[in-house]
Design a protein around this ligand. Structure first.
Ligand SMILES: Cc1ncc(COP(=O)(O)O)c(C=O)c1O
Length: 342
């Protein structure tokens, strides 16, 4: 049988037997009419890990992010975000479509938005400009290669935002990885934002789900927004059970994914034509330095040979490690890449 290694994203994981068992055995009830007990447990556990009063389970990170956008802003205002952020490029202009909000994308040093970056983007509050209503931080930063925004930088942004009377939302789709790669806990990162979105479908390997955490009242309102967006789910404890299992069994092992991303980068350093960026977590960006190489074509050729990855620009490939990628998979990927570029 042909070997394959799927490095397209950490969303491609197949639920392992333990996770499937937990899902099959989950205690459930109607989570729209009342409360599903397993969802309730997951929401409490995530709120506790993030040090927030409450959390709400959503079908996706996009929906949870956009519920936060809706709750923090008013139509006709502007939200400041990083220029390569997920909310700016990959959420279908939902801020405009659902909340009537314009995004103000700010360039930064590798996704690490600073207070100075944000300060120059906040509008002066005169009659000629839109009013700034929200500051948005992404951590880890996906398109900048999974970099961790240091908690000190977040603290400074939060302090500036507070001085200007602005809320901060944290897109923490992979906040798990930020905590695993640093001396900073989930709670310490989350303390620097009013609301936090985390995905259990990314690094943790669950089939579905994200949570929005924050103040009790705001999370209560988020329930209605989720329903408006069509995200009411019934016996959804089956999915929450996967999350609870992953918090016990997958969260503690994320540094293994980070080590494998570093091993991939190390292996690439000897290959002519590619230049890996230093991975901070589980995402490795590789730049193509040979003029004849096009990332889309190379990604197609590698995929045909069983190494699946994504081209994020004409000269850049993205490779993501996760629990279905082992050391052998890394060696195989490097072997095929070396051979293809020989
Ligand atoms: C940083 C970030 N935020 C939000 C999302 C959206 O999550 P979902 O795909 O569950 O809608 C993603 C998905 O890749 C992401 O990488």
């Amino acid at each position: 049988m042909r070997r394959t290694v799927d490095l397209r994203s950490d969303t491609v994981t197949r639920p392992p037997p333990g996770m499937r068992r937990a899902m099959a055995e989950a205690e459930v009830d109607d989570d729209v009419l009342g409360k599903d007990p397993t969802v309730d447990r997951l929401e409490r556990r995530v709120a506790e890990l993030l040090g927030k009063p409450a959390a709400l389970f959503f079908p996706s990170g996009t929906q949870a992010n956009q519920a936060a956008m809706f709750l923090h802003t008013r139509p006709g205002t502007e939200a400041v975000c990083e220029a390569e952020s997920h909310v700016f490029h990959y959420e279908m202009a939902d801020a405009a479509w659902l909340s009537g909000v314009q995004l103000n994308p700010v360039e930064s040093d590798s996704g690490r938005l600073t207070a100075a970056d944000v300060a120059q983007a906040i509008r002066p509050g005169d009659r000629h400009h839109p009013e700034t209503s929200l500051v948005w931080i992404e951590n880890t930063h996906n398109m900048h290669g999974g970099v961790v925004v240091p908690v000190e930088a977040m603290r400074e942004v939060r302090s500036l935002a507070r001085d200007r009377g602005l809320p901060v939302h944290l897109d923490g789709a992979r906040l798990w990885n930020a905590a695993a790669a640093s001396e900073t806990s989930l709670g310490e990162f989350a303390a620097e934002a009013d609301t936090v979105m985390v995905c259990i479908s990314k690094a943790l390997g669950c089939p579905v789900g994200s949570l929005l955490a924050g103040p009790e009242e705001l999370v209560g309102e988020a329930w209605s927004v989720r329903k408006r967006l069509g995200g009411g789910m019934r016996q959804v404890g089956i999915l929450a059970a996967a999350g609870l299992w992953a918090l016990e069994n997958v969260l503690p092992r994320l540094s293994e994914d980070h080590a494998r991303a570093r091993a991939l980068a190390d292996g690439c350093r000897g290959i002519d034509g590619v230049e890996p960026l230093e991975p901070a977590t589980n995402i490795l960006m590789i730049d193509l330095t040979r003029p004849d190489l096009r990332a889309g074509d190379l990604a197609d050729r590698l995929s045909e040979r069983g190494v699946m990855l994504i081209a994020t620009s004409p000269k850049r490939l993205r490779l993501v490690t996760h629990f279905d990628v082992d050391d052998e998979g890394i060696e195989f990927a490097l072997e095929v890449l070396r051979d293809e570029l020989a």
